[in-house]
Design a protein around this ligand. Sequence first.
Ligand code: MRU
Length: 348
Amino acid sequence: MTDQADTVEAVRWQGNRLQLLDQRVLPQEVAYLSYGDVDAVAGAIRDMVVRGAPAIGITAAYGIVLAARARFAQSPDGWKPAIEADLQTLAASRPTAVNLFWAIERMRELMADIDGNPESTLLAAARRIHDDDIAANRRMGELGAALIETPCAILTHCNAGALATGGYGTALGVVRAGFAAGKITHVYADETRPWMQGARLTAWEMVQEGIPVTLQAEGAAAHLMKQGKVGWVIVGSDRIAANGDVVNKIGTYGLAVLARHHGVKFMVVAPASTVDMGITCGDDVTIEQRSPDEVLYLTGQRIAAVGAEAWNPAFDVTPAALVDAIVTERGVVLNPDAERMRAMMERA
Ligand code: MRU
């Protein structure tokens, strides 16, 4: 099996600049954009050049290195108060994925103790966040695959793969490990309207890897489950609340309801950096509303009558009661609730 984590990098640091694989043009083009300026990095997160909760956090960490370089050059004594504006610009880029705020907070804490030029210390920290994410994904891959007792096909939604993380992927990390172990035989991928992460990104990742993938309109999920074609639904998350409620790409909640009805298991795979113990339940999370144009237009072509409106929430909340397993690098939480989530987060 090709190791996608070693061949496709959504985020990389090269030549003292940040490079992002432009996910807006995949799979037609594989093109990197280069960034030396933090405002442009915030724009790249907002415009979905890079997307997926862990990848957004890693990108922000590298963006802070660029910000520190510029602020220190302007004012070696005054860079710390000045960089706050940059941290706020990054934090305003997207509201739902907690990994963004988690990474900014980690970098901010580190800055407090830096004397002199901050660039090398902050770059080392950003690289650590990046490397730790890949290691977490590999661990989650093993833990998640171990939950699958009988070889089966699975259904996934959006893209929670190498492209959405530092490498290897969360939900697709379990797919990689499960396929290698003979536990996952086939991947059904929801196309994931309106941004088409499933069609454009997940299908591409699976094809690169030689893992058999079948794309479907998300409306096909009930029919698929009714026919007994999948044993598990496996997804990632943008934020998991302290009670185990899962915020993820719009449509995830519907899949969880369908899975429970049809006796299909539901697995959520996300690093501990996605768990927000400061949020009691999923309904307290800000759900990003994106432009109605993403629904009204397809590849630049208007598909709805002029005069029709569109509603475009980017995420929804799956109640913990519909989740069979949350897999993090710290361990597996079966039938999640507040107590089990706390016990998992207290593990080293
Ligand atoms: O809007 P996106 O593409 O950033 O949404 C991504 C998702 O919803 C993913 O499932 C989630 O971030 C987990 S990625 C490992």
